[in-house]
Design a protein around this ligand. Structure first.
Ligand code: NAD
Length: 423
């Protein structure tokens, strides 16, 4: 390794500096229980030299300091900065976030519903959530409670993992217990059917403007996070300082976030991809070829672009973890309830039976109808996304969908955007 040799080649001093950097690196990795191989040490040292040193053979003391500072800012070995965190919602994803945060060193309490008391007790006693992933052992430090006052008292961070359609009522009940100005981080995806609102609007309308808000989404099935599989997400906050500080507080060596200020883009992509997931599940179950399924999905993604831009989001966000990342996961990850729902519909089940078979919240169902209404409001044509709503209304059959899309008027791939306005 050239760079490593460059650091060591010089003087005895350099050898001492090299040892300092290496031992700091190892200490921080070992706090997370990760062994750092010699190869990885060399690669990281080489990166550090590249990033901070003017000359690879004449490394200055201030450059060594910069390298140590760099190591201390990496999301490893961060367990010593811990806060009290409340996760509202003890379902699959609330449990997943609780695990990520507990591993990050925070003191986490999951707030569950009164009728989930038995499951809360199980989390406290045997460290298992008997409601979902009943066999998986959770970090022992996670507590659960059905008492909103206790769970939220003195919380420094509050996570929202309640399905969007139930969020308003839920927030109305618990809001008096949420500490003033405490940041709220929502991981919920979807559009509320009654008002066509995303979580950003729901949280502001229900809790006022005093809470810094952030939103997390990306390719992140709950079970993967619970099992500590490395997971990457987008973190959006309209205020860049909120984005940076929340990013620091929640990122670890197994849960990494990249921040953006495009809250609208994140929320639109992560809500609307559920409709594409239904479409994908349906197309695969109908036995369509990869050409057909991927063509359909790409055209639906082009429709989604119009919605993202029309709502005020940035199209680049569609390339983010919360965009294409989450789309790939939900379509091809094999665990999506939305894809399962689409599959069961294509197999001829009624909506009610398909919902039952999907085994939980299917956010794509209400979202598909909300999408139709949003497109009407924005006066944009999104025929492929709309075909899902037509199908759910019984106006198209799953088999008709492809014929419908194949016989739409021939056009440019990206026709010019109409003058978009929600007014
Ligand atoms: N499951 C995932 O892998 C995943 C991944 C990313 C984001 N999300 C998002 O997280 C949110 C929560 O999803 P989930 O998978 O944890 O759902 P879930 O159905 O497993 O759990 C929802 C929880 O919300 C709470 N809740 C409060 N009021 C409720 C009501 N009226 N009805 C039902 N539950 C109520 C309950 O504690 C319930 O356990 C959704 O918006 C979802 O899109 C889920």
């Amino acid at each position: 390794m050239f760079c490593l040799m460059a650091i060591t080649a010089d003087s005895e001093d350099m050898q001492i500096h090299r040892e300092t950097i290496l031992s700091e690196l190892k200490r921080r990795f070992s706090e997370d229980g990760i062994e750092v191989s010699e190869e990885l040490q060399n690669v990281i040292l080489s990166d550090l030299v590249e990033a901070h040193c003017q000359s690879k053979s004449q490394i200055q003391t201030n450059e060594i300091d910069a390298m140590l500072d760099d190591i201390s800012h990496r999301p490893i070995g961060v367990a010593n900065t811990s806060f009290k965190v409340c996760v509202m919602g003890g379902g699959a994803f609330g449990t997943a976030m609780a695990c990520a945060l507990a591993r990050r060193g925070h003191h986490v309490t999951i707030l569950m519903l009164p009728d989930e008391a038995k499951h809360a007790e199980n989390i406290n006693k045997v460290h298992k959530n008997s409601m979902c992933f009943a066999d998986v052992i959770l970090p022992a430090s996670i507590k659960a409670s059905t008492n909103a006052e206790d769970a939220l008292a003195d919380a420094s961070l509050v996570f929202h993992a309640i399905p969007v359609q139930y969020s308003r009522k839920y927030l109305q009940k618990v809001k008096k217990h949420i500490p003033q100005s405490c940041p709220i981080i929502s991981v919920s995806k979807g559009i509320s059917m009654d008002t066509l609102s995303f979580m950003d609007d729901i949280l502001r309308e229900e809790l006022g403007d005093a809470h810094p808000l952030a939103f997390v989404a990306g390719p992140s099935f709950a079970i993967g996070i619970i099992q500590g599989e490395p997971t990457w997400c987008t973190l959006a906050a309209s205020d860049v300082n909120t984005a940076r500080s929340v990013q620091k507080l929640i990122s670890s060596s197994t849960f990494r976030t990249y921040y953006t200020t495009d809250v609208v883009g994140l929320e639109a992509c992560s809500a609307l991809k559920n409709v594409l997931s239904i479409l994908c599940g349906m197309s695969l179950a109908l036995g369509h070829s990869p050409n057909t399924t991927n063509g359909l999905l790409t055209r639906a993604w082009a429709d989604l672009r119009l919605l993202v831009i029309g709502l005020g989001g940035r199209s680049e966000t569609m390339s983010a973890l919360c965009g294409i990342g989450d789309l790939m996961l939900t379509c091809y990850g094999g665990l999506s309830r939305n894809a399962k729902f689409g599959q069961l519909l294509a197999e001829g089940l009624t909506i009610e039976k398909a919902l039952e078979g999907a085994g939980g919240v299917v956010e794509g169902l209400p979202t598909s109808k909300a999408v139709q209404k949003l497109a009407e409001k924005l006066k944009i044509k999104i025929p492929v996304l709309n075909s899902v709503a037509l199908l759910l209304d019984g106006k198209l059959t799953p088999r008709d969908m492809v014929t419908y899309v194949m016989t739409l008027p021939l056009s440019e791939e990206f026709p010019g955007l109409p003058a978009l306005s929600l007014a």
